[in-house]
Design a protein around this ligand. Structure first.
Ligand SMILES: Cc1cc2nc3c(=O)[nH]c(=O)nc-3n(C[C@H](O)[C@H](O)[C@H](O)COP(=O)(O)O)c2cc1C
Length: 169
C-alpha cells in the first residue's frame, strides 16, 4: 500500500517523539513524507496545491501525523486541508479524488491517556474524521502516543516499532 504521511509540527526543531516516528517511517517501503513546515515554513500561501494533490492521487493511504496543540492540529495541517482538499477535486459533483483512500490520524500528546476521558481524543478530532467521511475516505481508528513530555526512550522505541508495523500493513 502506498502511504503519504502529511506531517505538521510548528516547532519541529524541538521535537523528540514525532522526529523519532518520522525517522522510523523513512525506513518503510512505499512511504512518502511531506513535512509541511520544512517545505512551506509557517506560510499557508506557499502550499503547492497541485503538487500535493498529485501526491495524494498517487497514494492509497493518507496519514496525518502531528502533535496535539491546544486540543487540535498545528495550523499548517489545517491550512493544508483547507487548500488542498479543493471543491471539484476532493468534494462536489466532480470531486472524487479521495474516495476509497484510507485516512489514518497519528497524534502525540503531552497529557497522559487518563486526561483524555472526557472529551476523548476521538471526540476532539471528530472534525478530521468528518473530513474523511465527507470525502469518501475509509477512516481508520486514531493512533495516539500519549504522555510524550515524560516518555522514556524505550517507550519511544516501542512507538516507532508499532508505527513501522502500521505503515507496512
Ligand atoms: C502550544 C502547545 C500546545 C499544546 N497543547 C497540548 C494539548 O492541548 N494537549 C496535550 O496533551 N498536549 C499539548 N501540548 C504538548 C504537545 O502535544 C507535546 O509536546 C508533543 O505532542 C510532543 O511531541 P514532540 O516530541 O514531537 O514535540 C502542547 C504543546 C504546545 C507547545
Amino acid at each position: 500500500m502506498k502511504t503519504l504521511i502529511v506531517f505538521s509540527h510548528t516547532w519541529f526543531k524541538g521535537s523528540k517523539v514525532n522526529r523519532a516516528l518520522l525517522e522510523a517511517a523513512q525506513d518503510v517501503k512505499d512511504v512518502t513524507i511531506r513535512n509541511l513546515e520544512e517545505l512551506y515554513g509557517q506560510n499557508p500561501e506557499k502550499i503547492d496545491v497541485k503538487a500535493e494533490q498529485k501526491l495524494i492521487e498517487d497514494c492509497d493511504r493518507i496519514v496525518f501525523q502531528c502533535p496535539v496543540f491546544w486540543f487540535s492540529t498545528p495550523p499548517m495541517l489545517k491550512a493544508y486541508i483547507d487548500r488542498v482538499f479543493e471543491h471539484g477535486w476532493a468534494y462536489g459533483s466532480q470531486g472524487h479524488a479521495l474516495e476509497g483512500k484510507k485516512l489514518q490520524l497519528v497524534l502525540s500528546t503531552g497529557g497522559p491517556q487518563e486526561s483524555y476521558k472526557a472529551p476523548t481524543i476521538g471526540e476532539l478530532f471528530l472534525p478530521l474524521t468528518a473530513v474523511g467521511n465527507y470525502t469518501g475516505m475509509d477512516v481508520a481508528p486514531i493512533r495516539v502516543a500519549y504522555g510524550c513530555l515524560t516518555i522514556s526512550d524505550s517507550d519511544i522505541q516501542k512507538l516507532c516499532d508499532n508505527y513501522k508495523k502500521l505503515l507496512s500493513e
